[in-house]
Design a protein around this ligand. Structure first.
Ligand code: NAD
Length: 491
């Protein structure tokens, strides 16, 4: 079985670390590869960073129009290899092949957006701020930028950062999630052919040891992290204490409000897609579904029917809508939270435990699950489950829903389904979340917009994607300039 290599200085090289962790197909338990994990990965990281630093010193002076040319090639290669990469995502991460294709599309859109860096990086100029004095701002790269990504979007999340970082003149060292490293290994193989100088991009495998080495390395200027809140907080505080620029996106617990004037069938279908898509392992998965004024039970019935229809199975089967969760530990944790919800007093309307997929009996499958009437102050309603579980919370008014939403520590996404512009406006104005959906189930910002996130869902100032990416990966320099006439030589 293959022990994965690092990509350092334009070459694939063996890790200094002999310990490994298996990469497991969550639908079959087949071991796909072994990933180096342990203290010696810090040596690999140091080598990648030192080469990245050398490459940066040359790259920063390459004109921006030339720096984006490799990105055009990368976009074409990602399109050409779309099917191959989507299959790798499904094999290591479990999601349905349709979800993997959609994920890759988002990656491609970020590359396209970063191709606009020559325009996006342009800056400001004020003539005559005082008589004969001009002032202007320029954006310069930072140096070596590092990225640490989670398991749930192996092919998309690195692209919230990588194309912007290099287009802005930085070098980039990436550590994939040890659970799903294969997608980006293949992407880095493809990147060998796009004309980047050796060392400019590096891939180093590992876990906490590798991350700690990044946080401490004096040549690392910026860190982009996406993962759980606990780790995001750690990386933000330690990175900042070490003088690094950090953007750290964390976990979520996303509420969706259904007003009585929403279209029932369409709303239920969209919400079921949001709750159960990627088996609930999206940071923008709807989780707490708040029904307003549903005394007749019509909304509940409609959601139940939509949930029951979801087809669970092996992601490469085109008819499957919901794959397995990432690991047997994760499955155990989700099942424990379902049981805890029952103990807290919820009615288990739909129970996805004991879900068996013929031919894939070893897979980490959980079917669509609905818990109804969890106590609002309980643990389950406030915990990120990260599995295919809908919590139905009946309430009386939008005001009550907003109070509940704004009492939650997270703030990644909040959505409303309604036919009323006034309700929608109040919601988008008052809900404490960085991404708002109005009659949308997964309010995932396009590449031109920041992937926002508030409260415990984000630590930092500038988010990933779009203009925020350009700002994060550059530092501003302001120049105030005077050219007195009498100092100018006359010709
Ligand atoms: P995770 O925090 O366990 O791991 C993320 C990365 O951090 C991995 O690369 C891992 O190797 C590293 N890591 C893990 N523990 C560490 C530690 N103690 N010290 C240093 N590094 C460590 O997250 P995950 O389980 O891979 O991903 C799921 C989480 O990511 C969920 O909470 C989800 O909401 C969140 N997420 C958030 C967003 C967002 O945009 N806000 C997007 C995707 C996923």
């Amino acid at each position: 079985m293959e022990k994965l290599k690092n990509y350092i200085n334009g070459k694939w090289s063996e890790s200094s670390e002999s310990q490994t962790s298996p990469v497991i197909n969550p639908a079959t338990q087949e071991v796909l590869a072994h990933v180096p994990m342990g203290a010696n990965t810090a040596k690999d990281l140091d080598a990648a960073i030192m080469h990245a630093q050398a490459a940066y010193l040359e790259w920063k002076n390459v004109p921006v129009m030339q720096r984006v040319q490799p990105l055009y090639k990368l976009k074409s290669l990602l399109e050409e290899h779309r099917e191959e990469l989507s299959r790798i995502i499904t094999l290591e991460c479990g999601k349905s092949i349709a979800e993997s294709r959609a994920e890759l599309q988002r990656a491609i859109e970020n590359v396209e957006t970063a191709c606009a860096t020559p325009t996006l990086i342009q800056s400001e100029f004020s003539e005559n701020i005082a008589r004969g004095v001009d002032e202007f701002m320029i954006r310069q790269p930072l140096g070596v930028c590092c990225c640490i990504s989670p398991f749930n979007f192996p092919g998309m999340i690195p692209f919230w950062f990588l194309p912007y970082a290099i287009a802005c003149g930085n070098s980039f060292v990436f550590k994939p999630s040890e659970k799903v490293p294969l997608t980006m290994v293949r992407v880095f193989e493809l990147m060998e052919g796009i004309g980047l100088p050796d060392g400019l991009v590096g891939l180093v495998h590992g876990g906490k040891d590798t991350v700690d080495a990044m946080l401490e390395h004096p040549k690392v200027k910026a860190i982009s992290f996406v993962g759980s809140t606990q780790v995001a907080r750690y990386i933000y505080s330690k990175g900042a204490a070490n003088g690094k620029r950090v953007q750290a996106q964390g976990g979520a617990k996303n509420p969706v409000v259904i007003m009585p004037d929403a279209d029932l069938d369409v709303t239920s279908r969209i919400i079921a897609d949001s709750v159960y898509g990627c088996a609930g392992q999206r940071c923008l998965a709807a989780s707490n579904i708040i029904t307003i004024g549903d005394q007749s039970g019509g909304i509940k019935e409609s959601l139940y029917e939509a949930a029951k229809l979801k087809v669970t199975g092996f992601g490469l089967d085109e008819s499957v809508e919901m794959g397995p969760v990432i690991s047997s530990q994760s499955k155990g944790r989700i099942e424990m939270l379902i049981e805890k919800g029952k103990q807290e007093g919820a009615n288990l309307l739909l129970d996805g435990r004991n879900c068996k997929v013929p031919g894939y009996e070893q897979g980490n499958f959980i079917g669509p699950t609905i818990l109804e009437g969890l106590p609002l102050e309980g643990d389950v309603v406030n915990t990120e489950i990260f599995g295919p579980v809908m919590s139905l919370l009946p309430m009386d008014s939008l005001v009550q829903a907003l109070q509940f939403i704004n009492s939650n520590n997270y703030g990644n996404m909040a959505c409303i389904f309604t036919g009323s512009g006034a309700s929608a406006r109040k919601f988008r104005n008052e809900a404490d979340a960085g991404n708002i959906g109005v009659n949308i189930g997964v309010a995932a910002p396009m590449a031109q917009f920041p992937f926002s996130g508030w409260n415990d869902s984000f630590f930092g100032d500038l988010h990933g994607q779009g203009r925020h990416g350009i700002e994060f990966f550059t530092q501003t320099k302001v120049v105030i300039e005077r050219w007195p006439k009498e100092w100018t030589r006359k010709f």
